[in-house]
Design a protein around this ligand. Structure first.
Ligand code: MG
Length: 342
């Protein structure tokens, strides 16, 4: 991983990217427990259950969803209920790559992603175009799309499970992101997601105390975006994430404040606020997010990873309807979970 990291860093520094954040060492600010098979399984099922549940409402209007909410997995994209989409497909491919190479090897990861490209369900344009370039032989550190979409974050959960130290999680999350998303905000989203999964899977508190720590991990890395409402005001994912805690008790206002689109500045803070409101009530978190409109499958997959990493698979299962667990990748999740904790 170290040589890939140096290669990417040197190339992007020439383009003006700032890497000082990576030179500040990170450590868990609590006594970290080992990651158990229950936490691995919980995280991977958490992603798959949210993704399959949200897939039927992706892109539907919030008012339509108020009249006819999604309450169970439904058929989507011409596929049976419980079929997962790109969020889970890429998450599992990343997990396999890490477990089989024992590191984060962008070359191996790219091969797996390119092989998966024709069968991806509902992939976003940034990922599709990057995979097309990679399939034609483009170098992994050059091929990524200039997109601040949530595609690099949504698949990053395994990095938080299978790398131990926060510094290693941050680098691996960066490398897995850059192959499809050559954008600082998209990469910051992936780092934040992976670190949060790592925090929860090791027994870190499931409350807003995590936010300052996550923000410190990426401070100074992003290039701020103009605000939606006031063009002169700038916003970063880190800045919005710090606000997410204040919206934890009010999910409707969180959706309103941050938005629900595929832009990582929208979907990640919204998912964060909804998760922080009810971290012990996965059914409520999932239902809120899949009925919020916008990029429902990805918001539910992001929060699903946090729910599963926090609760482990038994509590996640006992606190959600059993028909939600009929996901198309159950056998794969079982196999990866055993491999990941053997
Ligand atoms: Mg999807």
């Amino acid at each position: 991983m170290e040589s890939a990291w140096k290669k990417a860093r040197a190339t992007l520094e020439e383009e003006g990217w700032k890497f000082e954040a990576f030179d500040r060492s990170l450590s868990w600010p609590f006594t970290a427990k080992p990651v158990t098979i229950s936490k691995v399984r919980g995280t991977l099922y958490g992603v798959a259950v949210g993704d399959a549940l949200g897939a039927a409402s992706e892109g539907r209007l919030p008012r339509e969803l108020v009249e006819r909410p999604v309450e169970r997995p439904l058929p989507h994209h011409g596929l049976p209920a419980g079929t997962v989409t790109d969020d889970t497909q890429l998450t599992l491919a990343l997990a396999e790559s890490i477990l089989q190479t024992g590191t984060l090897d962008p070359e191996d990861l790219v091969q797996r992603f390119v092989a998966l490209a024709p069968s991806l369900v509902g992939a976003g344009w940034a990922t599709r175009q990057a995979l097309e370039r990679l399939g034609r032989g483009a170098a992994w550190w050059l091929a990524g799309s200039a997109s601040a979409g949530n595609g690099a974050a949504m698949r990053a959960a395994p990095v938080g499970l299978f790398f131990e130290a926060p510094d290693a999680i941050r680098k691996a999350a960066f490398l897995q992101a850059i192959v499809t998303h050559r954008d600082r905000t998209a990469v910051a989203g992936a780092i934040i997601h992976a670190l949060w999964v790592g925090w929860l899977a090791r027994g870190g508190p499931a409350d807003a105390r995590v936010l300052d720590w996550l923000v410190e991990a990426v401070r100074g890395f992003e290039k701020p975006f103009p605000s939606r409402r006031q063009r002169r005001k700038k916003r970063t994912l880190a800045g919005l994430l710090l606000e997410a805690g204040a919206y934890a008790d009010d999910p409707a206002s969180a959706c309103e404040r941050f938005g629900t689109g595929a832009f990582v500045l929208e979907s990640l803070p919204t998912a964060a606020a909804v998760f922080l409101g009810r971290p012990g009530d996965p059914e409520a978190v999932y239902l809120r997010l899949v009925n919020a409109g916008g990029d429902t499958d990805t918001m539910a997959a992001l929060a699903g990873a946090w729910l599963g990493a926090h609760l482990g698979d038994r509590k996640l299962r006992s606190r959600t309807p059993s028909d939600w667990w009929q996901v198309s990748v159950a056998a794969e999740i079982e196999r990866i979970s055993r491999l990941g904790t053997s």
